[in-house]
Unconditional design. Structure first.
Length: 165
């Protein structure tokens, strides 16, 4: 069995007039993340980790930000498309571990929904997706509340349906 690990990270500025979506879950708040898609930093970091593990590039190569077909697209839809690309390359996700860095709003109550949503999309059991939330203790742009960041690690394996060579 071929097992691979990938690392992903993403950052977006917080701005008024946008929805705040993390891990496919909409959060209440006056600010949202700015980007070409819905700017879900958590889903983007997970996409990059999965793509990197399979050596399929990154989210910007797969879904170019200048391409109008991806304008305001749900990042959960992008994650679905990454899952298809993994399958076409002969892989499937096995585990995802991620952390979101944000000063506000408090994320702890949303974490179970984020884990469940991403596990559902990736066809994983709930225990195979882990999301943590932290702050940067007021340091830097994230600490000043100017944006949010996320890091993710993904473990993929040869797809169960892949013919043995």
């Amino acid at each position: 069995m071929d097992v691979r690990v990938g690392l992903g990270m993403d950052f977006h500025r917080l701005v008024p007039g946008r929805r705040l979506v993390l891990g496919g879950v909409e959060l209440a708040g006056p600010l949202g993340l700015d980007g070409h898609s819905d700017a879900d930093v958590l889903a983007h970091a997970v996409c990059d980790a999965l793509l990197g593990a399979a050596r399929l590039g990154d989210i910007g190569r797969q879904f170019p930000p200048g391409d109008p077909q991806f304008r305001d697209i749900s990042s959960i839809e992008l994650l679905r498309r990454v899952l298809v690309a993994l399958g076409e390359a002969g892989y499937e996700p096995f585990q995802v571990d991620a952390v979101v860095v944000a000063e506000e709003p408090p994320l702890a109550t949303y974490v179970p929904a984020m884990e469940a949503r991403m596990a559902e999309v990736l066809a994983l059991r709930p225990g195979q997706v882990s999301v943590k939330a932290t702050t940067s203790e007021g340091m830097g742009a994230l600490g000043r509340g100017e944006g949010m960041g996320a890091w993710a690690v993904a473990l993929i394996q040869t797809a169960a349906t892949r013919p043995k060579t």
